[in-house]
Design a protein. Structure first.
Length: 296
């Protein structure tokens, strides 16, 4: 059989709500391992893309050991988010320039301080925002000048929410939270993947950080939804694009303040688990495609 699917995972930004896509990815890895127990997420995925705080766990998932196996399993990263998430995204430190150690910086330096961008072996796009030029800034595997840059610094640069964390200085750049410019990187991830795989069928898995259909969406949520609609339309025309969007309806969500660490972790996980159970058909369709890929 000649059917080489390429797999792209694109993850929206969302602070502590990153628990939602993390839980979905942990579920994906579990069902993918039923197809081939020797494969894990960084082996299955050709291109990773994320924005804002989702860059933290995306980068962690991509790290492999000397045998090519993932170092940080999605479930392990999920457990870390559950344990340290409130601390990482705490707003209680304030922007005191005399105190350069923030919870976010401390945790990322502790876990990823000795790792550089060169250690990421998959194709990737991580989105930040350059406040000096008021434009998006993307870290990618094609940027040779940043190969020796610390992964922890990149993670911080993509998730430093203004007013909560100071910007990350990178030469003349002042980098802050990528959510300010890229809310849903699915289209950009697909375009980037096409640079490497111009003719292969691509399975694009876009994962949101939860929505509540009963409250008014803010600018970030509206923009993320707009990209989703565009990708749906494109997939109906482009026969080599197989598009999946996993976006749970979180009824307990009371606002779209992505930096708000007060959101209940228990509710986020419970309602995401309910979403996974209620959307089994979509996950089954994805598994079928992965079975075809594994046997091609």
């Amino acid at each position: 059989m000649v059917c080489k699917y390429r797999v792209v995972i694109s993850i929206d930004g969302g602070g502590i709500r990153g628990l939602v896509p993390l839980r979905i990815i942990a579920h994906l890895e579990r069902i993918f391992k039923e197809i081939d127990s020797d494969l894990d997420i960084p082996t299955w995925v050709d291109v990773f893309s994320s924005t804002s705080a989702s860059t933290i766990f995306t980068g962690a998932m991509m790290l492999k050991d000397s045998k090519g196996k993932s170092i940080h399993k999605p479930q392990e990263i999920l457990d870390l988010y559950i344990k340290r998430g409130k601390q990482i995204f705490s707003k209680n430190t304030g922007l005191d320039a005399s105190n350069s150690i923030y919870p976010l910086t401390f945790v990322l330096d502790h876990y990823f301080g000795d790792i550089t961008m060169e250690d990421l072996k998959n194709h990737f796009l991580f989105f930040s925002y350059n406040s000096t030029s008021e434009s998006s800034f993307a870290f990618s595997d094609t940027m040779d000048r940043y190969r020796n840059l610390a992964l922890s610094k990149v993670m911080t640069a993509c998730s430093a929410f203004p007013g909560v964390f100071p910007p990350v200085q990178l030469g003349k750049l002042e980098l802050i939270d990528g959510m300010l410019t890229i809310q849903n990187p699915a289209q950009l991830a697909y375009d980037y993947a096409r640079m490497f795989y111009p003719t292969d069928p691509i399975v694009l898995i876009s994962i949101g950080t939860g929505t509540n259909e009963n409250i008014q969406k803010d600018y970030f949520e509206v923009e993320a939804e707009k990209i989703h609609e565009e990708m749906k339309n494109q997939s109906s025309i482009d026969k080599k694009l197989l598009y999946f969007r996993f976006q749970p309806n979180i009824k307990s969500l009371t606002s779209y303040s992505f930096e708000d660490e007060s959101q209940s972790i228990t509710d986020l996980l419970s309602e995401t688990n309910e979403y996974i159970e209620n959307n089994k058909n979509d996950f089954d369709r994805l598994v079928h495609l992965m079975e075809i890929r594994a046997n091609s």
